[in-house]
Design a protein around this ligand. Structure first.
Ligand SMILES: [Zn+2]
Length: 410
């Protein structure tokens, strides 16, 4: 789920991008002038330009009318322009936070307003509150958080809903606590957000029958849970009791069936997957989450075994490059270990980083995938030698280039 921190995160990203750009060879003045003519916001922070006739300096993206080329000088940054006697433009404020930073701060403010409001705020009101047009607000909100304002609020509500359903009271109380104006509105949406209707969620019954089983695997205790639609929980840990408690907390009043003899086959397939995480996942999955979470989980399942990706790469792959924090949270909310391979996410610096089910398990899963990939490469090589008499180049180089892609980090 997205949080109000996203805006701050996007600000950091914008700065990192600016810094990264400065490390590359300096652009020529011609390239800078083309960026100015294009009002290229991506170049903001890379340089400023000053206009001799007005005495003002601007960001490349400044919306003001362009000066004539012969009156323009370029500077690395604001202080350099000011040292040469120019003053900052009042329109593009080249001495303040960049446009991207101001947008990110405004969206973070809007997220806090949504979270604090008992009733839904319209896009028009939110936009006015942060000083944007409704259209621009909607666009920036989505670019920064990865979801629309409505979906963002729905996600917050779903979270509150789960908390209050788990904690206390009746369904109706929980509905109002979560900020839904009426119960009918809630029931319309709840199947998507909770994975089952609230009554089923609380009381169990036919719709919320969840079979589960604790198995043992080489990584410790393994809990597998499945609704009638598919596997909805895979978790690992040292203590089987703790796994069951967490599972019950997630489905506090569902009908949990722990002794279904027909369940063994499915559990065996999950155990096999953990033992060899490189095998294709052919389990039916029942993963309910927000639209954004679904996209992230889908992107995780698209990472080939033996390869890794960073949160930033996943954010780019789902077309939301600035929603890195929200991507990280969606990964953390993954309910099915290994089947949705969130263990293939590593930090930008290549470090393994955290894992909901223990870093040691993550390292073991990655090591198993690496071993399987190496074995496969050796076998391919051997097969290539047999059929073409030493012509091993094709399969081996394909494997290498794939591994190369996986290893690259931003
Ligand atoms: Zn300007």
């Amino acid at each position: 789920m997205a949080t109000a921190d996203n805006g701050m995160h996007a600000m950091t990203d914008a700065r990192n991008i600016d810094n990264a750009r400065k490390d590359i060879a300096p652009p020529t003045d011609d390239a800078r002038w083309r960026a100015v003519l294009a009002r290229d916001a991506a170049q903001d922070g890379a340089f400023v330009y000053a206009v001799r006739t007005t005495g003002v300096y601007c960001r490349p993206s400044c919306p003001a009318r362009h000066a004539r080329r012969e009156n323009v000088r370029f500077f690395a940054d604001g202080p350099a322009a000011e040292a040469a006697g120019f003053r900052p433009c009042r329109r593009c404020c080249p001495d303040g936070p960049s446009l991207a930073e101001r947008h990110a701060a405004a969206i973070a403010r809007a997220c806090r307003l949504i979270a604090a409001s008992e009733t839904p705020l319209t896009v028009a009101r939110l936009a006015a509150a942060v000083g944007m047009s409704p259209f621009a607000f909607h666009r920036h909100f989505k670019a920064i958080t990865g979801v629309t304002p409505v979906a963002w609020r729905a996600g917050l509500q779903a979270q509150k809903m789960r908390e209050s359903l788990g904690a206390s009271g009746g369904v109706t109380a929980a509905i109002y606590e979560a900020g839904f104006g009426s119960s009918s509105r809630f029931y319309e949406k709840s199947a998507d957000m909770l994975g089952m209707t609230p009554t089923a969620f609380r009381k169990g019954g036919k719709d919320a029958r969840i079979r589960f089983c604790i198995a043992r695997c080489t990584l410790g205790a393994l809990l597998v849970g499945a609704s009638d639609r598919g596997v909805c929980a895979i978790s690992m840990g040292d203590d089987p009791e703790a796994l069951i408690r967490a599972f019950q907390d997630r489905f506090p009043n569902a009908l949990l069936v722990g002794d279904d003899p027909d369940f063994g086959g499915l559990v065996a397939r999950v155990v096999a997957l953990v033992e060899n995480p490189s095998t294709p996942v052919d389990l039916p999955l029942d993963m309910r989450g927000t639209a954004f979470q679904q996209r992230v989980w889908q992107a995780l399942r698209a990472i080939p075994a033996g390869e890794t990706a960073t949160y930033a790469e996943i954010a780019r792959r789902i077309g939301q490059p600035s929603a890195v924090r929200a991507v990280a949270q969606a990964c953390g909310a993954n309910p099915v270990a290994v089947a949705t391979p969130c263990h293939r996410i590593i930090r930008t610096d290549g470090d393994v980083s955290g894992y909901r089910w223990g870093v040691a398990r993550k390292q073991a899963l990655l090591a198993r995938e690496r071993a399987a990939a190496e074995k496969e490469a050796v076998e391919e090589e051997a097969a290539g030698r047999e059929t073409t008499g030493g012509g091993v180049a094709a399969p081996a180089s394909r494997r290498q280039s794939r591994a190369g892609q996986g290893a690259s980090s931003p």
